[in-house]
Write a protein that binds this ligand. Structure first.
Ligand code: URP
Ligand code: ZN
Ligand code: ZN
Ligand code: ZN
Length: 468
């Protein structure tokens, strides 16, 4: 019998698997992980990874790409630039949202997103849906057909004019999710309260970017979190609360779990590194930090860290939602300076999510390598039905990122690959950096160079594990 010859062997790394961290080789064949062990033998390509850590490729299950963003406003990334940034930052799969234009059917919107993504992606992609209409065609026909085709999760909003659903509408959407086998995600902020506070601030001439944060205070999110969970309990469906920003909302989640609610929680880098004071930066620079929910107080960082460390958060995502700053189609658009209300919400972060968590979490000793892998990849795959992804295990897609845990770098806009003209983390120092990203067995990023050929594919998803 001739010895097995793999396509690729990764040699010398510490390998982070669901069973723990092991020093072993990874044998890759046909784009899948074919073997884990010592002295695996021969391969067409050997990747020497002494001193590096092999992790499952990052899965960022919360990104916005090429979304309609209002008149005169344009997102800074298309699928090419967003996924180039994603692989540069150690990711192998992203889950963007499909948001229909006003009046457009969800089915047509999904077809358009597929067309925009096809052939342009540097990592694998699968779409969550955004349900903003609850007419009989959307709920009775489009949504069931799209779920059956592998779009097994969707987001509803409790805020943003034109997107926010009433409690009744959210219950209608949840009941479709229950019947058809999909997972509901919710953006929890109380729209009426925000509108009240915004109108008041504007009447008082308080229109600077800081008032974006002041008019979306913690109780706005805490109340909506409680209400969303209550609705999910009434509809008897599991629920993901995305982008949890503060300790009081997390407390609502903890309380609901104690009474048996099936609730999953996501947080993001902005809620452990930025504060509302960033929105008060001079020269309108505060607009660069406008996102919803807004960054909170530094005291909230510790509450969020406690949830990251003890397992309350299953997911750490970026909520990458990129706009340019010095651009009339972006944050400094005409009108934005007249009121914070007109500043597009969102910040870029798909490229910096993993280095920030590695540095602040692993390098500073707050979390283990295993926990890092769980909340940046494995849990995303399980929760959202990516059956062959998210773990370094035999049979899984060979989606792997090699980390240099010793490399210290300053995050700088000039080095990033996204389409935005700034990063909120300019000058932020991190220790630990992804040096090679491998997508289904092929290197797509090495030492910052992203392959010119976009080999990412669309992935149809299975039912979320929690529904099985
Ligand atoms: O400000 C944000 N987060 N914009 C993106 C849309 C959303 O709510 O996730
Ligand atoms: Zn799709
Ligand atoms: Zn949201
Ligand atoms: Zn988002």
């Amino acid at each position: 019998m001739s010895p097995v010859c793999f396509d690729t062997i990764i040699r010398g790394a510490r390998v982070v698997t669901p069973a723990g961290v092991a020093r072993c080789e990874i044998g890759i064949s046909g784009g899948r992980i074919a073997a884990l062990g010592l002295s695996l033998g021969e391969a067409t390509e050997i990747i020497e990874a002494e001193g590096l850590i092999a992790m499952p490729g990052g899965i960022d299950s919360h990104v916005h790409i090429s979304q309609p963003s209002g008149p005169g406003i344009e997102m800074a990334d298309d699928f090419g630039s967003a996924t180039r940034a994603a692989v540069a930052g150690g990711n192998t799969t992203v889950l963007p949202f499909c948001l229909p234009e006003d009046g457009q059917s969800l089915r047509v919107a999904v077809a358009e997103y597929h067309a925009k993504a096809a052939g342009n992606c540097h990592c694998d992609v699968s779409f969550h849906l955004i349900v903003k209409a609850t007419d009989p065609v959307t709920l009775g026909q489009d949504l069931p057909a799209l779920i059956a085709a592998g779009h097994t999760s969707f987001k509803v909003f409790m805020t943003y004019q034109g997107l926010a659903l009433s409690d009744r509408e959210i219950l209608e959407v949840m009941s479709v999710a229950k019947e058809q086998g999909a997972l509901v995600m919710v953006h929890a902020e109380n729209e009426d309260a925000i509108e009240f506070l915004r109108d008041k601030a504007e009447r008082e001439g308080q229109t600077d970017p800081l008032f974006h944060a002041r008019t979306r205070p913690v109780p706005v999110e805490r109340e909506a979190t409680h209400r969303a969970i209550t609705l999910a309990e009434i509809a008897d469906v599991p629920l993901t609360i995305v982008h949890v920003s503060n300790g009081e909302s997390l407390e609502e989640i903890r309380r609901s779990r104690a009474r048996g609610a099936k609730v999953f929680a996501e947080t993001c880098p902005q809620y452990i590194t930025l504060t509302a004071a960033d929105l008060d930066r001079a020269g309108f620079e505060g607009a660069k930090y406008v996102c919803s929910p807004p960054p909170r107080a530094a005291s909230d960082w510790e509450a969020i860290w406690s949830g990251i460390c003890n397992g309350d958060f299953e997911l750490f995502s970026s909520d990458h939602c990129p706009f340019r700053f010095a651009d009339p189609a972006g944050k400094d658009a005409p009108g934005a300076r007249t009121s914070f209300r007109n500043i597009p919400n969102g910040i870029p972060g798909v490229e910096t999510r993993l280095p920030i968590l590695f540095s602040e979490g692993v390098s500073k000793g707050r979390i283990s390598l295993e926990r890092f892998a769980a909340i940046t990849a494995t849990n995303h795959a399980r929760l959202y039905g990516l059956k062959t992804k998210g773990a370094i295990m035999v049979g899984m897609d060979a989606d792997i990122v090699l980390w240099d845990p010793e490399m210290t770098r300053e995050i700088r806009q000039d080095d990033l690959h996204h389409g935005s003209d700034y990063t909120p983390w300019e000058g932020f120092t991190v220790t630990g950096w992804p040096v090679r990203t491998i997508l289904r067995g092929e290197t797509v990023m090495h030492e910052g160079d992203v392959s010119g050929v976009p080999t990412g594919a669309h992935i149809a998803r299975s039912a979320p594990e929690v529904l099985l």
